[in-house]
Design a protein around this ligand. Structure first.
Ligand SMILES: Cc1cc2nc3c(=O)[nH]c(=O)nc-3n(C[C@H](O)[C@H](O)[C@H](O)COP(=O)(O)OP(=O)(O)OC[C@H]3O[C@@H](n4cnc5c(N)ncnc54)[C@H](O)[C@@H]3O)c2cc1C
Length: 357
């Protein structure tokens, strides 16, 4: 890349926030709201279990709640039973009412299950699904949820970002049970499942839905589901993410980035400006109002580095930025920066990198 006249910027030191850990000893029984698809548990739900485990040093009771219908639900339940050694119970709500992940019936289900189980905590990942269901369930239970938690310092003390991730705020929950939380999955990494995980298989039981309120016409209705037919990894869990900004200039030019992503086995991300300009669909948006990612490698091309974008990617392990403007703010968070024209850099990288043709 020497021909490009590269200037390498060293990253500014990344923020670290030491926090005193408070150990509040009280009996923890957590209910984790689980997302599943095609018989598989979504990784962010296993992160929610890891978060539940970290609520205290004692042996917390952790129940996972799955809802849906058909064989994939039961396959997902059997996988949930072995997904984390701390899971003590898997609860399955099998009904056509949960075939599509609509928030209204789900919120009622959480309400019903909590009334029977009397949980101290109810936890969901801070995904679109979790952000949709948890506040509704909290309203039904008349408690205030605490959202987007990145650190747990005790059973009622949590750290969450504010001001688009520019500051971290420590909050203490003083309300009634249950304490309802959404957690940022990237902040609660999941240990690999050991080969003897069968030994830790949690019991699976059905939720009795005989008293479930039938009158849930709700304010939303399932219309359809579209997903990208791609072999690329999921943006939220990918080890490498290559992101394009407005600097890409068109949808057509994003294909260059897709080619690079294929070579790297990476997911493609985008800024909101690129999404708003119609270059890519909005499920690729990274940032405050998009997805939060923390891959091992994050490569940003033609991205200025607005705080709302940084809010979604600043926890990435290594950040590489390519921008023609040496003063672009993205360089302040980048570990490696290249001042150059992306229309030269991306094709050159794609050509020189080994990988799938
Ligand atoms: C409430 C709110 C929420 C928001 N949420 C999000 C969010 O979730 N995610 C998000 O991304 N944004 C979000 N935004 C928008 C955000 O403020 C920025 O507008 C946006 O991130 C800018 O996107 P960009 O970097 O692609 O575009 P620009 O800021 O226009 O930057 C384009 C960059 O490309 C560089 N460039 C141009 N041509 C080339 C070239 N040939 N080679 C190399 N570099 C080139 C330019 O130097 C420039 O730095 C939000 C804004 C608000 C107000």
């Amino acid at each position: 890349m020497a021909a490009i006249g590269a200037i390498i910027h060293r990253a500014l030191s990344k923020r670290t926030l030491p926090l005193a850990t408070t150990s509040i000893s009280r009996s923890i029984s957590a209910l984790v709201i689980v997302e599943h698809e095609g018989g598989a548990i979504k990784p962010q739900s296993v992160s929610a279990v890891a978060a539940a485990k970290s609520l205290s040093d004692d042996d917390n009771t952790i129940a996972m709640l799955l809802a849906g219908s058909g064989p994939s639900l039961h396959l997902a339940a059997s996988r949930a039973a072995t997904c984390h050694p701390s899971v003590s119970q898997v609860l399955v709500a099998d009904s056509d009412k949960f075939s599509y992940s609509l928030a209204e019936p789900w919120a009622k289900l959480v309400h019903l299950v909590h009334q029977r189980g009397g949980y101290s905590h109810v936890i969901a990942a801070s995904s679109s699904f979790g952000k949709n269901v948890l506040p509704r369930a909290a309203a039904l239970l008349d408690v205030s949820p605490i959202t987007d938690i990145v650190e747990i310092s005790g059973s009622s003390q949590f750290v969450r970002p504010i001001y688009a991730g520019n500051a971290l705020c420590t909050v203490r929950y003083t309300g009634a049970n249950p304490c309802m939380l959404t957690i940022r999955a990237t902040s609660f990494p999941v240990p690999p499942v050991s080969s003897d995980s069968k030994l830790n298989e949690a019991p699976i039981s059905q939720v009795d839905l005989s008293t479930f309120d039938e009158d849930i016409t709700g304010k939303s209705r399932y219309v359809g589901h579209t997903s990208q037919d791609t072999e690329r990894p999921d943006l939220g869990n990918a080890r490498i993410v290559v992101t394009g900004g407005r600097g890409l200039k068109s949808a057509e030019n994003f294909k260059m980035l897709e080619k690079l992503a294929e070579k790297l086995g990476a997911a493609v991300g985008a800024t909101r400006a690129a999404v708003d300009a119609g270059f890519v669909p909005n499920d690729l948006q990274v940032g405050q109002t998009g997805k939060i990612v923390a891959p091992e490698l994050y490569m940003a091309f033609g991205v200025s580095g607005a705080i709302q974008h940084l809010a979604g990617m600043r926890d990435s392990k290594v950040i590489v930025a390519v921008n023609k403007d040496a003063d672009a703010p993205i360089f302040q968070v980048a570990d490696y920066g290249l001042v150059g024209d992306l229309f030269v850099v991306i094709p050159e990288l794609s050509e020189k990198l080994p990988g799938k043709k």
